[in-house]
Design a protein around this ligand. Sequence first.
Ligand SMILES: Nc1ncnc2c1ncn2[C@@H]1O[C@H](COP(=O)(O)OP(=O)(O)OP(=O)(O)O)[C@@H](O)[C@H]1O
Length: 264
Amino acid sequence: MLELQRVHKIFNEGTLDEKIALDDIHLSLEKGDFVTIIGSNGAGKSTLMNIISGVLTPDTGYVKINGENVTSMPEYRRSRFIGRVFQDPMAGTAPSMTIEENLAMAYSRTNKRSLRLGVTKKRREFFRQSVASLHLGLEERLNAKVGLLSGGERQAISLLMATFTQPEILLLDEHTAALDPARGKLITELTREIVEKSNLTTLMVTHNMQQALELGNRLIMMDKGQIILDIREKEKKELTIEDLMDEFQKIRGEKLASDRTLLA
Ligand SMILES: Nc1ncnc2c1ncn2[C@@H]1O[C@H](COP(=O)(O)OP(=O)(O)OP(=O)(O)O)[C@@H](O)[C@H]1O
């Protein structure tokens, strides 16, 4: 489904600011894998997401989606089969457009005919049902401007927009980090529900270790541009935060130094 081989990314190569953001990344995901990604600040998590989504091109190595080499495919073309939700609830939606218009925009990304045909009765019903599945009562407010929604509601709509067309790959970039605990929990639960229902292949970056342990079937820890831990299924279910801290110390010979990770 998703395959990265020998992926390297260096910023400002040959200068004093040279930074190896990704160092020989090999990663292979099966359909339906839900991978949580943790790691200290600057570990390379966002760079990895940007390379998968096409925002960045690797210096060496390749990215394949469903067997197709997409390494040089620009972001706008990849957005047909990649859904992404960012940390900032403002990032995924257009505030001056209504909920329905935002959904129509997301829908048109994967369905070229939909822009020409506008919002038909059948499609409006599909949007209404999709929004109802969030259990937030927003299906009664399809004509409300998204800018008027709370951060949590807006992030729920972003999540829906990224997923209701069933993308091949879903990228979640600390998408609950900017929300208060109650709303963060709500979005976490919605994420679990949506990913399970559609069996979406998902990568989720989080600084919250508990969330990384509770969600998904696989956990990856990154450090200094490398994947240093890759834990799956049963082994993941038995892990605790202390185990993860100990593993990091065993591998790197130092304590995991990230206040955000520890405090989450
Ligand atoms: N556009 C860029 N130009 C120069 N250096 C960059 C750029 N983007 C990332 N880096 C550097 O590459 C490294 C990896 O950054 P990245 O943002 O991928 O880390 P991260 O794991 O997402 O960190 P955080 O948890 O702090 O968001 C860091 O040292 C960062 O400073």
